[in-house]
Write a protein that binds this ligand. Sequence first.
Ligand SMILES: Cc1cc2nc3c(=O)[nH]c(=O)nc-3n(C[C@H](O)[C@H](O)[C@H](O)COP(=O)(O)O)c2cc1C
Length: 157
Amino acid sequence: MHFTEDILTLFDKKWALVTAGDISDFNTMTISWGALGTLWSKPVCTVYVKPVRYTHEYMEANDYFTVSFFDEKYRPALGILGSKSGRDCSKVEESKLTPVRIGENIVGYVQASHTFVCRKIYRQDLDASAMTEAVREAYYETEAPHTMYVGEIVGIG
Ligand SMILES: Cc1cc2nc3c(=O)[nH]c(=O)nc-3n(C[C@H](O)[C@H](O)[C@H](O)COP(=O)(O)O)c2cc1C
């Protein structure tokens, strides 16, 4: 797989979709926080999902999630998926992206340029007491901290 972007700014600048669930019942949201790397000698993709997100329920309930990247022309679609909640509307239909079943309880998107299929190997609620005060004040004054999900990358498409 070949990314032309700077790997350090990949999530921040390009954004991605994280998706969990089965093709008959899944949810997706836009993320710009994430990391690619190595843990326990495995290639991993780590994402951070706030407990208030509808997607969080799907991340908790499923053993797999996907992280999908898109060309620039799909940014408005990612904007929709990152500003509306699947609790309230059919935002995937609204985005005009086409979900595709990759495997059992694994959903991606036809339009994605790159998709990581991730097997959840670790989850942890970020601990506010372990953060600097500056981070806590900047990000967690009103809502509970993100849950970190580390996924072993078991497939790349
Ligand atoms: C560019 C962008 C990046 C985002 N990154 C994250 C993220 O990394 N983690 C997170 O919890 N929410 C992030 N969000 C917010 C969610 O995508 C947004 O709240 C979404 O509507 C949640 O949808 P859901 O309720 O259907 O899960 C981001 C939103 C945008 C627009």
